[in-house]
Design a protein around this ligand. Structure first.
Ligand code: FES
Length: 305
């Protein structure tokens, strides 16, 4: 390769990929999408009321979002179908995989809609285009299945490859949502690495209001603190869902007479005793602290093991 050609190669690769990143970041700020997002998210919130179904769709029983692993199934089916489409004599198997991918897309779509409805607006903008990409893929695969069923295998394969292209574009945006914008990640997990082992002085119990949550700092870490009589409950203040301030949340009692806090941003509900998730969209337990009150009324805390 001569020097001019190698210079072109060195410049064009990274520049092209940076343009892709810039365009994706531009989507985060694409306010034009908000006209569609507002009514759709309002409709989803109206339809999907807080309760067990919504919690399952978010993945609360599994301890992490259900959507990402569920997307693996249609993607796996459709990628496998594309491989088989290149292999002679595998027509029937490819057709089955296209159909299986369409069936597996249903739970992936439902869980994705539930998660999307409880995201920041910048995440929802990227999420909307991600959904448009995967919806286009599903439509193309539906047409592909129909064509295959009618014996038009060439058209079925072409539509399948077009669907795979749309799927890859949608999947790229899904990666941006998960890894750049941290949608679905646990936003409170780092606390375990930030608080040294052992007991730490927090504040005097007499300085805390009774029954009303407040924020207190442990060094540079913000904590949710709730005093109920002589009991003191301490959690990480940044909600594990998207880092909302729990100390601004509502305190209530759940069906088991346990005191809980409801995050003010998207309504995740945590038991203050141990930080466990009662309702999503959060799926990760809120880091909790053991508390101890000295004879002088000083509250000491240490991370719960
Ligand atoms: S930040 Fe979303 S529920 Fe707390």
């Amino acid at each position: 390769m001569n020097r001019r050609a190698s210079n072109i190669f060195r410049r064009s690769g990274p520049q092209r990929s940076q343009r892709l990143v810039d365009a994706t970041e531009g989507l985060e700020q694409a306010r034009a999408l908000d006209r569609a997002i507002r009514p759709i998210s309002a409709a989803v919130r109206r339809t999907l009321r807080p309760g067990p179904v919504k919690d399952v769709l978010h993945g609360v029983p599994f301890g992490h979002p259900a959507h990402p692993p569920l997307t693996d199934v249609p993607m796996g089916c459709w990628i496998s179908a594309a491989v088989l489409d290149l292999v002679p004599g595998t027509r029937r198997a490819a057709q089955v995989l296209v159909g299986a991918g369409l069936a597996a897309a249903v739970p992936a779509v439902l869980t994705g809609i539930a998660d999307w409805s409880a995201l920041h607006r910048e995440q929802q903008r990227v999420g909307l285009v991600h959904a448009a990409g995967t919806a286009t893929a599903s439509m193309l695969y539906s047409a592909s299945l129909l064509a295959r069923h009618r014996g038009r295998d060439g058209a079925g394969r072409t539509l399948g490859f077009a669907g795979l292209t749309a799927l890859m574009a949608g999947g790229y945006l899904g990666g941006h949502l998960a890894f750049r914008q941290a949608a679905g990640a646990n936003h409170a997990d780092q606390l375990a690495h930030l608080v040294p082992l052992g007991w730490h002085d927090l504040c005097q119990i007499e300085d805390l209001p009774d029954g009303w949550p407040v924020a207190r700092s442990l060094g540079y870490i913000s904590l949710f603190v709730l005093r109920t009589g002589e009991d003191v409950h301490v959690l990480a203040d940044r909600c594990s869902h998207l880092a909302g301030p729990l100390h601004q949340g509502r305190v209530l009692t759940d069906d088991d007479a346990e005191t809980c806090v409801v995050c003010p941003w998207h309504g995740s509900t945590f038991r203050v005793r141990d930080g466990s998730v009662i309702h999503g969209p959060a799926t990760a337990r809120q880091p909790a602290f053991e508390t101890h009150v000295t004879n002088e009324g000083l509250i000491q805390v240490r991370p719960r093991g």
